[in-house]
Design a protein around this ligand. Structure first.
Ligand SMILES: CC(C)(COP(=O)(O)OP(=O)(O)OC[C@H]1O[C@@H](n2cnc3c(N)ncnc32)[C@H](O)[C@@H]1OP(=O)(O)O)[C@@H](O)C(=O)NCCC(=O)NCCS
Length: 149
């Protein structure tokens, strides 16, 4: 349990974080892509983890999509640690990294059924910019959302 007294740190992922990051992805998604996370873990500054005394609680993966635009590719928080502000801290950490590198916008896709994530993104200032029909492999549509940094 994350308590007030436990310090939450957001930092760049290191290679030895890979196992835990992949475990969180498996716990959070029905269609995990561990190969991608294993490949980038510790190699790019676009993979951040949130860590407390209990270990790693969540991660965010983001990547450039054009000169001034980036994309959030994956975000997940271990089910035991949800609604404690961990995702918000991770997303804000990614905004800091992207601003430092001169990015002006960040975009993402979210399942139309994923209302918790949509609420989070709206809270962080993302706006709906479109719908990508059948975006996911099971045929579900994605909302496209974007935020200025
Ligand atoms: C979506 C997810 C990352 C949110 O992580 P989290 O650490 O629980 O989010 P936070 O505690 O930072 O929430 C911040 C705000 O987001 C919104 N929010 C988060 N979860 C919510 C939920 N279940 N229902 C409604 N609003 C929610 C709220 O506005 C919340 O603020 P509040 O708690 O003060 O009301 C987490 O639920 C998760 O890992 N889900 C499975 C994977 C996933 O869907 N990833 C996103 C793919 S696009």
């Amino acid at each position: 349990m994350l308590t007030q007294s436990m310090r939450l740190r957001v930092r760049r992922a290191r290679p030895h974080d890979a196992e835990r990051v992949v475990e969180i992805e498996r716990d959070c998604f029905t269609n995990p892509n561990p190969a991608l996370l294993l490949h980038v873990c510790g190699r790019v500054d676009g993979l951040l983890v949130a860590e407390a005394d209990d270990g790693i609680l969540g991660y965010v993966l983001f990547t450039p999509s054009s000169a001034h635009r980036a994309r959030v590719m994956s975000l997940a928080v271990s089910p035991r640690y949800r609604r404690m502000g961990v995702a918000k801290r991770l997303m804000r950490g990614s905004f800091d990294v992207l601003r430092e590198r001169g990015f002006r916008k960040v975009g993402l896709e979210v399942r139309v059924s994923n209302t918790p994530a949509q609420s989070l993104y709206e809270d962080l200032g993302f706006v709906l910019t479109g719908v990508d029909e059948g975006y996911y492999e099971d045929g579900e549509d994605a909302y496209l959302m974007e935020k200025s940094l």
